[in-house]
Design a binder for this molecule. Structure first.
Ligand SMILES: [Zn+2]
Ligand SMILES: [Zn+2]
Length: 222
């Protein structure tokens, strides 16, 4: 019983599922061209296929959900080049943690919301391995870019911060301004609410009255 209530993924092989993904206008041609090992990938297209194939086998639910919801491959993977001891090398990366796998899934499949790279990516402070700054809506990585999210600094990603500010502003605008106690408000209120407010008003009046008395009387215990 418990089994059947779970959402069952259709029984398809990874290759069959890979065919459902679109790049440009063509389905990914997965047959026999997914390199078996990462080291066998000769170009970005092959590496991208290898990564998508790996992601499809990921055990993490939110990686799977993202792949189910986004069937269009937006870009090929692009691993950035960094300088180590004067030599240019590809940044190291892996898909071993859920966050790393998710960051790669987001990088490949999300529509990039915005044109400017985040401050970390612009200033090469982000240690994420992707050669581009890609971020989706708030629902993905809370609006942070894949590079920052990968490197565990999503909270400081300027794209996330900007998006959070905009959301807060939108919410503040939506909230109606409190008009004060109006007769309409009183008519709508329950007896309990009115009694509660009355209590507050009385307490406030008492406090004000005692504040007006000379200091000697103020401290008197009744
Ligand atoms: Zn970035
Ligand atoms: Zn960022």
């Amino acid at each position: 019983m418990a089994e059947s209530s779970k959402t069952q993924r259709p029984h398809k092989t990874t290759h069959e599922r890979l065919h459902e993904y679109i790049f440009g206008e063509t389905a990914l041609k997965a047959n026999n061209i997914v390199p078996k090992y990462q080291k066998d990938c000769e170009n970005d297209a092959e590496l991208t296929l290898w990564i998508v194939d790996e992601l499809l086998q990921s055990a993490h639910n939110y990686v799977q959900r993202l792949l189910d919801e986004n069937k269009v491959l937006r870009r090929l993977i692009n691993i950035k080049t960094i300088r180590v001891k004067g030599e240019e090398v590809k940044a190291s990366w892996d898909l071993w943690t859920p966050e790393h796998a998710y960051a790669f899934a987001c990088y490949l499949f999300l529509e990039n919301k915005g044109t400017e790279a985040c401050k970390q990516c612009q200033n090469c402070r982000s240690t994420g391995p992707m050669g581009g700054c890609i971020a989706g809506d708030m629902q993905y990585m809370k609006g942070a870019c894949a590079c920052c999210y990968y490197s565990g600094s999503g909270k400081r990603c300027s794209r996330r911060l900007t998006m959070e500010e905009e959301e807060a502003e939108k919410k503040a605008k939506k909230r109606p301004k409190f008009q004060g106690f109006t007769t309409a408000l009183l008519k709508d209120a329950s007896n309990e609410e009115i009694e509660l407010w009355l209590g507050w008003v009385e307490a406030e009046m008492e406090e004000r009255a005692s504040a007006r008395q000379p200091p000697s009387k103020k401290r008197r215990v009744h």
